[in-house]
Design a protein. Structure first.
Ligand SMILES: Cc1ncc(COP(=O)(O)OP(=O)(O)O)c(N)n1
Ligand SMILES: Cc1ncsc1CCOP(=O)(O)O
Ligand SMILES: [Mg+2]
Length: 193
């Protein structure tokens, strides 16, 4: 459940609003439950033609035939994650500094999750905001797609893209919204105009 709604309902509404990828990120459930959520999300995302990425758990990503997995600096080392996922699944890696970005690219990241860009309520141990300059710095040097994350809203999403991000990832701005579909739509519009 997310803010009183099922994971499937939130994902479905977000896709209605324009989300092009869903990340299964649930820190508080058993692996068994994660697999159940993942299977349901796999069916939904296949039907709707959007990507499904599993956070942290490479085994779950493989088990549910997700499109890929996302690992951070405290998760499965990127090289091993790539080895386990194989060449055809998407590997996303978190980067909170230029050094981390370079290492992630060398390890075979298909995209970088860069952040937290702004202060966030979505991750307790996210650390200090890195700001837009990190996005610009990485974009200036590398062509790897950059997914900005952390405190992103429909109000600031435009400047994040302007700074060089390819896309955005959000939790609070969608999950806590009264109207999930409308919130996703406003975010999608903010990054396409
Ligand atoms: C797109 C995207 N970017 C960054 C993260 C953060 O991953 P991580 O640093 O491993 O933190 P947790 O999400 O696992 O708490 C992400 N999940 N997605
Ligand atoms: C998972 C994660 N990684 C860096 S910030 C963050 C949380 C993003 O949540 P929100 O969109 O609510 O700021
Ligand atoms: Mg992680």
């Amino acid at each position: 459940m997310v803010a009183g709604r099922s994971v499937l309902e939130v994902a479905s509404d977000a896709i209605d609003g324009g989300a092009t990828a869903i990340q299964l990120r649930d820190k508080n459930v058993s692996t068994r439950t994660l697999v159940e959520e993942g299977r349901a999300l796999r069916e939904l995302t296949r039907k709707r033609g959007v990507l499904l990425i599993v956070n942290d758990h490479i085994d779950v990503a493989l088990a549910i035939e997700a499109d890929g997995a996302h690992v951070g600096q405290d998760d499965m080392p990127a090289e091993l994650a790539r080895k386990l996922l194989g060449p055809n699944r998407i590997l996303g890696i978190s980067a909170g500094s230029l050094d981390e970005a370079v290492a992630a690219i060398m390890a075979g990241a298909d995209y970088l999750g860069v952040g937290p860009i702004y202060a966030t309520r979505g991750k307790a141990d996210a650390g200090e905001p890195v700001g837009l300059s990190l996005i610009s710095e990485i974009a200036r040097r590398y062509t790897t797609p950059l997914v900005a994350i952390g405190g992103i809203t429909a109000e600031n999403a435009g400047e994040v893209i302007q700074a060089g991000a390819t896309g955005i990832a959000v939790i609070t701005a969608v999950v806590n919204a009264e109207d999930v579909s409308l919130a996703a739509h406003q975010l999608a519009r903010a990054i396409t105009v």
